[in-house]
Design a protein around this ligand. Structure first.
Ligand code: ATP
Ligand code: ZN
Length: 321
């Protein structure tokens, strides 16, 4: 991806202007400096303007959840291998997971590593697993933490999380990044509590999008479960309406993009981690996930690349970006 492709074409003098290809949305974002290229698909730097909008969104989400008495928990974007294994993420999404490896050898090994580099050979087989795995969804690190505390309070609980998440899905669509932020409220408690929580947040999510003057639709969805068996799991997830998404048109020529998700995990995580209800049953869980980058990209798409010129009510919702 060459951010300067457009400039080259329009200033190169070769093709007439009418023949110049329209820059893609990604090219526009890079040319405006909102995203910064790293040479890796789906891995970008963010400008101060981009981050100001992201901060405004996070603050708006905090205001929206002020009545939830949520416990705020923040983790670095990684988790221990043991907890990651317990989550069974590898059963469903082996293709998306990212693991951290490091050099653990001695001087001889170091010389071998440097020789590989020098000879432009692959050196990554000299790296060993560290026992640290990148966080795939912002809510994952909290389940083992809450489980260790013993049974949930009578009324269940809500946790507020925000994390960079890693998913190995390199793409030229700016909305599909390898490292991006999810802000989530996670609810743990009885099935009735989770169903009510999800309903409340589906309404609040739509209200937020409305106050940001974004066109939205909410639809039932499924996760991209891996492999042939995955299709059956995905079909059943849809059938049981366990996942809804709030979709906004962002990318040209493609269907609308999921910018928020509203998930009911039933007792999946509660059973894996032995999260107990006050009355001794297994906790059910659910989460509302806000895709911070996708929401920023939707705002930039619909209101233009300069937030200073966005409609005043939108700017106010974001704390006057
Ligand atoms: P889980 O149900 O496993 O806890 P989740 O529901 O929190 O997962 P998803 O629904 O997969 O996670 O993602 C939540 C939101 O994160 C999506 O609606 C989207 O806005 C954002 N998102 C997901 N993948 C990407 C990506 N590759 N790039 C940018 N944003 C993403
Ligand atoms: Zn989640």
């Amino acid at each position: 991806m060459d951010a300067h492709a457009l400039t080259d074409v329009t200033q190169g003098g070769g093709a007439p202007e009418s023949a110049a290809p329209q820059p893609t949305y990604l090219e526009q974002l890079l040319a405006a400096g909102l995203l910064i290229e790293t040479g890796v698909k789906g891995l970008y730097g963010r400008s101060a303007v981009f981050e100001a909008v992201a901060d405004g969104l996070n603050a708006a989400i905090t205001r929206l959840g002020a009545d939830q008495q949520a416990e705020v928990l923040r983790f670095p974007p990684a988790m221990g291998q043991h907890d990651f294994e317990t989550s069974e993420y590898l059963k469903s999404f082996p293709n998306l997971a990212g693991t951290i490896h490091s050099f653990c050898g001695d001087d001889r090994g170091h010389r071998r590593l440097l020789a590989r580099l020098e000879d432009k050979e692959d050196w990554t087989d000299q790296q060993e697993p560290t026992g640290v795995v990148l966080t795939p969804a912002a809510c994952y690190p909290i389940y083992p933490v809450v489980a260790k505390r013993g049974p949930l309070p009578e009324a269940g609980k809500v946790v507020d999380v925000l994390s960079y998440c890693y998913r190995h899905e390199p793409s030229l669509e700016p909305t599909r990044m390898q490292l991006f932020r999810q802000r989530e409220y996670v609810c743990l408690g009885s099935p009735e509590r989770i169903v009510a929580f999800r309903q409340l947040w589906m309404e609040r999510g739509q209200a937020l999008a409305e106050s940001l003057q974004l066109p939205v639709e909410v639809d039932v969805a499924n996760d991209p479960f891996f492999g042939r068996g995955g299709k059956i799991v995905a079909d059943s997830q849809r059938e049981l309406k366990l996942k809804f998404e709030l979709l906004i048109p962002v990318n040209d020529g493609l269907g609308p993009t999921a910018c928020m998700s509203f998930n009911y995990h039933m007792d999946h995580f509660g059973a894996l981690w032995h999260i107990g209800l006050a009355d001794g049953g297994t906790a059910h869980t659910g989460c509302v996930g806000f895709g911070i980058e996708r929401l920023v990209l939707a705002l930039l798409k619909h209101h233009g690349l300069d937030p200073a010129r966005w409609p005043q009510p939108v700017r106010e919702t974001l704390g006057d970006v």
